[in-house]
Design a protein around this ligand. Sequence first.
Ligand code: GDP
Ligand code: MG
Length: 163
Amino acid sequence: TLPVVAIVGRPNVGKSTLFNRVAGKRIAIVEDKPGVTRDRIYSRGDWSGREFHLIDTGGLEFGQQDEVIDHIRHQADLAIEEADVIVFAVDGREGMTTTDQEVARLLHRSNKPVVLAVNKLDHVKHYEEAYEFYRLGFEEVFPLSSLHGTGTGDLLDAIVAHF
Ligand code: GDP
Ligand code: MG
């Protein structure tokens, strides 16, 4: 069976865009605003000859703040259960939020490898925005742009190194 890679994070950070980029096709629905997307979407990816299953998480992405947090928590729990490697996606433009810190806490409790994708850094000159996210306590932090596909190669190298 193939290793499983799951992308988790709060709404609108670009999880589905990253998923489509890695899957090499448009499967996940990318929303301009947080909204309801299908709960979990599966595809296959490969990198350097290594194949894997890829999971995009989404679902309820609006409503009361605590409802949203509960939902993200549930998605993170499922990812922790199923995944061999977790991609934790955050928004490098918006910066760190309390929800990111909450998700980080959950992920630290698991023994799964986590690679942190600091997304929406569309230009290399903005890569320094990724540094503050080291405070979340993960060793592997990757500035990238899912929109342009820059930086995703380094992320994928780190992912497949955990298989
Ligand atoms: P999700 O809710 O985490 O799945 O986020 P989506 O993939 O639906 O993306 C939310 C919004 O962010 C959409 O408008 C995307 O086009 C935009 N977005 C995603 N990745 C990037 C990126 O690397 N750079 C920029 N500038 N926008 C992005
Ligand atoms: Mg999505």
